[in-house]
Design a protein around this ligand. Sequence first.
Ligand code: G1P
Length: 293
Amino acid sequence: MKNSNRVKKAIIPAAGLGTRFLPATKAQPKEMLPVVDKPAIQYVVEEAVAAGLKDLLIITGRGKRAIEDHFDRSFELEHYLESSGRLSELSRIQEIAQLADFHYVRQASPRGLGDAVSAAKSHVGNEPFAVLLADDLMDIKEGVLNSMLQAYSNAPSTILALKEVSDEEISLYGCVEIDGEDSSGLKIVTGIVEKPDLIDAPSNLAVMGRYVFTPSIFEALNEVTPGKGGEIQLTDAIDIQLKNEPVRGFVFSKGRYDIGNKIDYLRATIEIALTRPDIKDEILKFIKKISLS
Ligand code: G1P
């Protein structure tokens, strides 16, 4: 693999206000809501690390300090756990700060996802990079990010994670127009529109929160003016980029949760709990009990 084809950096935008989850997110970042016993953003960080991305830039904003604290050492807590002999909890806590090289940049005001990604420019420089949206939890076993990075290393281009959604859902997502596929089975993306009405949707393929970008996305972002919802949309920058260079889509079908949505958040909690040997049996017993009553 040519060195220039290797993606090393991941950006995790986490500056959004989390209004869909009020009042839980009034005084804490939505990214810190627990799924079983880990904050949501830790799953996203672990997914990036599992895919080989160890240089992580988290885009934060006002009220997001808890995220930085979470991925930092906590000497008081470590001392307490050590002196009370709780060594497995101690090592679990210590491992969090060692997961990756964490960097942070603050987005001055929440002006949209495109603006958040722009804030990564000086950290990323002229390299390809991945973007992982913290609202989208992915089952690592499905290997979506891994497959996208592999596809990038075989043939560099911007690559979007795509999933087929129902007519009712398409207006919640970026939606792509496609024109066939390349020799590796990736879709050729010829257009993209942010949260279209069903009647304007070019397909049922929606962009999920995983992207691999060539660095020219920053030039495209410079050209973007406020779009849907008055925000600087990443989708609009992709639409500019695809007019100048190939953009491809990797289609997957399973293992994604939108944890900004209450029902999906609860589904994530239950399904992830069912993968955990320490609590699986109790949860199953509980589900059977309530489904019989
Ligand atoms: C963002 C993007 C959208 C994408 C979605 C995936 O929207 O703007 O294009 O489809 O994430 O979750 P948001 O859900 O942040 O409004």
